[in-house]
Design a protein around this ligand. Structure first.
Ligand SMILES: Nc1nc2c(ncn2[C@@H]2O[C@H](COP(=O)(O)OP(=O)(O)OP(=O)(O)O)[C@@H](O)[C@H]2O)c(=O)[nH]1
Ligand SMILES: [Mg+2]
Length: 248
């Protein structure tokens, strides 16, 4: 059997120090391509991505966004672009080196038993390195809160390290998604669960970023607090459309 071909979507905003390191980790993996989605990073990440794409011709694609910046919109544009490529799996990763490319093959392997595979900090074997107690607590609380409100079964609903089967991600109603920022990740999982997708969680070691700055702000946290309630209140829009029953 031929191994699956994966395309990893990586949204970037000011990740100049981190991108080359991530690229060399990903390019060391066979059957893995990269799509960088840059939001006009003032530090020149977009131009650097173009250079790296020339070095690794045919394996790296760069999408330069010019309108309405944001993580959610970047993912939507990235997923649409990725679906135009002949790949079996579409993955998501952060650029800040929190996600180790060496763990990607484990996510890819698990996609034979689930439509969506989550690189998870909160299953046995998973861990977080270099996070202060406050940050740990916030993430734990966020996950408990999301699970309680939405009834999602995954232990790590906010992880940005994921691997989707192509058909599964293609069927998500992205144009109806309401999250602009980080909540987009939760919305994706909610939509997946409403469609009855199987989810698998593979343990990862998550390492806090060393270079560049986090984009997690007060506004982001506010959106994150409201999102689970919005998802539940509007759940009917995520349900798979029924086949129309013919009357004759
Ligand atoms: N295209 C795009 N990428 C973004 C945007 N905001 C964040 N990113 C990228 O999304 C990924 C995750 O962002 P981080 O700032 O690391 O957020 P986080 O991992 O939730 O927070 P930390 O744990 O504090 O690092 C990184 O690759 C960022 O460069 C944005 O508005 N547009
Ligand atoms: Mg990060």
């Amino acid at each position: 059997m031929t191994p699956p071909r994966a395309l990893v979507i990586v949204p970037t905003f000011n990740e100049r120090e981190n991108l080359p390191v991530l690229v060399s980790g990903l390019m060391a993996l066979p059957n893995v391509d990269l799509l960088v989605v840059d939001d006009r990073s003032p530090d020149g990440t977009g131009a650097l991505a173009d250079d790296l794409a020339r070095t690794h011709a045919g394996r790296i694609d760069v999408l330069h966004r010019t309108e309405h910046p944001g993580l959610g919109r970047s993912y939507i544009d990235g997923i649409r672009r990725a679906l135009g490529r002949p790949v079996d799996l579409i993955c998501q990763m952060d650029c800040d080196l929190s996600h180790d490319p060496r763990q990607l093959p484990a996510l890819i392997a698990a996609s034979d038993r689930a439509e969506v595979v989550i690189g998870s900090r909160y299953v046995p074997g998973g861990q977080v390195v270099n996070w202060p107690a406050r940050r740990r607590l916030l993430s734990r609380f966020a996950n408990a809160y999301i699970r309680a409100v939405t009834r999602l079964a995954a232990r790590d609903c906010t992880s940005g390290y994921r691997c989707w089967r192509r058909d599964a991600i293609a069927a998500l109603p992205l144009d109806r998604f309401g999250s602009g920022g980080y909540s987009f990740l939760v919305e994706m999982l909610y939509a997946a669960s409403m469609r009855g997708y199987r989810m698998a969680e593979v343990p990862i070691t998550f390492v806090e970023r060393r270079q560049g700055v986090s984009k997690l702000t007060g506004g982001v946290l506010l959106e994150s607090a409201a999102t689970p309630w919005r998802l539940v209140a509007t759940r009917s829009q995520f349900v798979k459309p029924r086949r129309s029953i013919s009357k004759d």
